[in-house]
Design a protein around this ligand. Structure first.
Ligand SMILES: Nc1ncnc2c1ncn2[C@@H]1O[C@H](COP(=O)(O)OP(=O)(O)OP(=O)(O)O)[C@@H](O)[C@H]1O
Length: 291
């Protein structure tokens, strides 16, 4: 579905309760809140002669929302891709809880605890919203294939709990009433929320969101940011790519700024806003992107 598709999704119902108990009760994170959960060290990505990321280092602390911002082509998505195994970094390291992720396949990185959404939505179009989420939960099942084929009690228990947890996640992101709809038939806004639910289903230690509000109007963006704050308040750690500087200022605890593949700033939002290097990087960008 194209990003210009109809924006007729339901308004996000801001949940009154968190999601941690129902959907992510098994998270076991070996790092204290406030300590470095992810370390990106000297990450460099080259595409032929183009240096898309140039020796970038930053940390993500457990429990924070870290914004990754920068003008068009700054290297934000490349950074996500290098962290989550889509691209192999030319050099440098990515560590989660002190363990090296370089060289691991994408699904292993997801299993290790780094879940992501994509700038261009990637759902299973022929599956319902609920099935899309249950696929994420399935990755954590403990029964064997034989156990599943023989429908052993443990498998049946896990299947039931996956459906309940999947529904809880859909409820959390505000689209439970569309659980039985094929994801390709969902309105654009609901597809974006479903992507977040599916990523949460993998029980992530870090949730990486690549422009989750792309194509939203200002009111929808604000609702989504509120949802992301609730996710953080529920104990998750979030890495958020966002092009719109105004938006990112209101939701993040800290911001890393990239320009032409290099890190040019790393600080709290109020300092970033006044940083002359950041202001000049955004010169020439649409006014809406910087405020
Ligand atoms: N697969 C690729 N092959 C070649 N060049 C690429 C590839 N992916 C990204 N690039 C280039 O790397 C640079 C960084 O791109 P990237 O998509 O990471 O930027 P971005 O900050 O995410 O931009 P945007 O805000 O427009 O999404 C750009 O010059 C882009 O053209």
């Amino acid at each position: 579905m194209s990003e210009s598709a109809e924006l007729t999704g339901p308004r996000t119902r801001i949940p009154s309760e968190g999601v941690a108990e129902t959907a992510a009760s098994e998270r076991d994170i070996g790092v204290k809140v406030g300590d470095n959960l992810v370390e990106v060290k000297n990450l460099t990505v080259k595409f032929g002669g183009l240096l898309a990321m140039d020796d970038v280092s930053f940390n993500i602390k457990r429990g924070e929302i870290l914004g990754l911002i920068g003008p068009n082509g700054a290297g934000k998505t490349t950074c996500f891709n290098a962290m989550t195994g889509v691209y192999k970094p030319t050099s440098g390291q990515v560590l989660l809880e002190g363990k090296l992720l370089n060289g691991m396949k994408q699904h292993k990185i997801t299993r290790a605890g780094l879940a992501r959404t994509f700038q261009n939505i990637r759902l299973f179009g022929e599956m319902t919203a609920l099935e899309n989420v249950v696929v994420g939960l399935d990755a954590r099942h403990k029964t064997s294939v034989v156990g599943a084929l023989l429908r052993l009690p443990r498998h049946i228990r896990e299947e039931k709990s996956a459906i309940e947890r999947g529904m809880a996640l859909l409820e959390f992101v505000g689209i439970a009433d569309q659980a039985a709809t094929l994801s390709r038939h969902l309105p654009y806004g609901s597809q974006r929320r479903l992507e977040i639910a599916r990523a949460l289903a993998t029980d992530p230690k870090v949730l990486c969101l690549d422009e989750p509000a792309a194509g939203f109007n200002p009111a929808e963006k604000e609702e989504l940011m509120q949802l992301i704050r609730i996710i953080r308040d529920d104990g998750y750690t979030v890495l958020l790519i966002e092009h719109d500087m105004k938006l990112v200022m209101g939701v993040t605890d800290r911001i890393v700024v990239l320009e032409f593949g290099k890190k040019i700033a790393d600080n709290i939002p109020s300092v970033i806003r006044e940083d002359p290097k950041v202001v000049s990087a955004y010169l020439g960008e649409p006014e809406d992107d910087f405020a």
